[in-house]
Design a protein around this ligand. Structure first.
Ligand SMILES: [Fe+2]
Length: 236
């Protein structure tokens, strides 16, 4: 795999992680964690001795509250533009990302409980995105070799960030919770997600960095794909 001209810092906040990709020219933030995480992200920028203005871009992998919750706050703090896929943009504008369906029974129960008792769970501070991503969006002009790719399934507008050094910041396209399947427990469209996994498998990379849990080697995705296809690739 190509030499890396960047580093990645995982920023865990409660049960979710956002990621700073950085080099000597600046940084990109992928996701923003839950509402109220702005201070933590600013602290991490300071820890890396990066100026506030060195944050060039905020990428939202999808519009769920635990990924987009601090987008408006961090944009206000840094002035960095917010990029999101066209299909999740209205959720940011409206300040609400609906809970996705469960892909397995425990998750279905959680979703049913959430939809019944926590109706405000999907609320996020609304914002008008600065950049609308379509199928692909190159990151060269922000100082990094790589691109945002549309890989729907978890939500209709889910994206991943592919860096030429062999790393993919994956949002909720995969889950990295130890001892569990990496196929997400939540997804709006399982078939679309399986197709996205196929596309992902065709890409050159070493590691996936999920929104939940630890990084995942490509081998794990290759190993799980056939059973995921068998288990989730049929309609209920
Ligand atoms: Fe999500």
């Amino acid at each position: 795999m190509a030499d890396k001209s960047y580093r990645i810092l995982r920023i865990p906040v409660l049960n979710v992680s956002c990621y700073l990709i950085y080099n000597e020219t600046g940084a990109i933030l992928v996701d923003t964690c839950n509402r109220g995480s702005g201070e933590k992200v600013m602290e991490m920028l300071g820890h890396l001795k990066l100026e506030t203005a060195s944050l060039k871009l905020i990428i939202i992998t999808h519009s769920h509250y635990d990924h987009a919750g601090s987008a408006a706050e961090i944009r206000k703090l840094t002035g960095a533009p917010v990029a999101v896929h066209r299909n999740d943009a209205d959720e940011l504008r409206n300040g609400y990302g609906p809970l996705p369906d469960g892909t397995r029974w425990k998750a279905r129960i959680l979703v049913a409980l959430g939809r019944t008792f926590l109706k405000r769970l999907g609320n996020i501070p609304p914002l008008e995105p600065d950049i609308i991503v379509e199928d692909q969006f190159e990151l060269d002009r922000f100082g990094f070799k790589g691109r945002i790719l549309h890989l729907p399934g978890h939500t209709d507008g889910s994206v991943v960030v592919c860096l030429d050094g062999g790393d993919v910041i994956a949002g909720d396209t995969v889950f990295g919770i130890r001892g569990h399947e990496i196929f997400p427990p939540f997804a709006d469209d399982r078939m679309a997600l399986l197709e996205s996994w196929e596309k992902l498998l065709g890409l050159p990379f070493d590691y996936l960095y999920p929104g939940h849990g630890a990084r995942i080697p490509k081998r794990a995705l290759l190993d799980e794909y056939p059973s995921a296809r068998a288990r989730y690739g049929k309609q209920d």
